[in-house]
Design a protein around this ligand. Structure first.
Ligand SMILES: [Zn+2]
Length: 255
């Protein structure tokens, strides 16, 4: 029994077999999947997926890649979608200085605006941070999310992690934790408190070993939790229970 706290099942890579992927996840013991929105259309699809499947929740938010395309209508649409009881967080939001698909000043402005919207809606936030550790840390320290949040596929240092944990964030681990060059992340996963970690796939991206090279899917989240149990030197059963309890606390759900 385990959650995949970050999936993109609305992605077109799942168009031919979405139902089968969701069924496989169920059979593999993935009890709950959080489908994360990234754009206006993906937020709409996330909410409709959550309406169709009892084991899927949705989030709404605009990814930094799409920050340049936001308007007042975007915020009206997302605020409306966020009223749906199956929307459990605002995200994914943040900064991506690796691809720089939107100008950095626009990314920062849109990120801060969405932190404020999440507070208004009383939702936790899902944060995307790629090569933007310094600016992200400065912004979240200035605007700590009132309902908490998670750094998805955490890739920062243990030093930064300690600062995020101090303001209440959870850290989410994904496929790269299983890679040979994971050094940084291994240290963070080994040290993160037992009540502050969750796991995810970020599927169809970030496929864990031994499936690297293939499309990722929620059932593969087991490889990530196996690695966490190993790093923390705790039984797998305990790691599964902790991750599930943490997911429910983070997203404020009862199942
Ligand atoms: Zn994602």
């Amino acid at each position: 029994m385990i959650w995949d706290t970050h999936a993109h099942l609305d992605d077109s890579q799942f168009n031919s077999d979405r139902d089968a992927v969701i069924q496989r996840a169920k059979e593999a013991g993935i009890t709950t999947i959080v489908n994360v929105g990234t754009s206006e259309s993906s937020c709409r699809q996330a909410v409709s997926l959550a309406a169709r499947y009892s084991n899927i929740y949705a989030t709404v938010g605009i990814h930094p890649h799409d920050a340049k395309d936001c308007s007042n209508e975007t915020w009206e649409l997302l605020s409306q979608l966020a009223q749906n009881p199956k929307v459990v967080a605002w995200g994914e939001i943040g900064l991506d200085y690796y691809r720089d698909f939107s100008p950095r000043d626009v990314q920062r402005q849109v990120f801060i605006h969405q932190l404020e919207l999440a507070d208004e809606m009383g939702l936790p936030v899902v944060i995307h941070d790629r090569d933007a550790h310094g600016d992200i840390l400065q912004i979240v320290k200035k605007h700590p999310p009132q309902a908490g949040g998670v750094f998805h596929s955490y890739s920062g240092s243990w030093e930064m992690a300690k600062e995020l944990l101090a303001i209440g964030f959870y850290l989410s681990f994904s496929g790269p934790l299983t890679f040979k060059n994971a050094r940084h992340t291994l240290e963070v996963a080994a040290n993160v408190p037992e009540n502050r970690f969750v796991v995810e796939t970020d599927c169809p991206y970030l496929t864990p070993e031994p499936y690297r090279g293939k499309r990722n899917e929620p059932s593969y989240v087991k490889e990530v939790i196996n690695k966490i149990a190993e790093l923390k030197a705790i039984p797998l059963e305990k790691a599964l229970t902790l991750a599930t309890e943490n997911s429910m606390r983070l997203f404020k759900t009862t199942k």
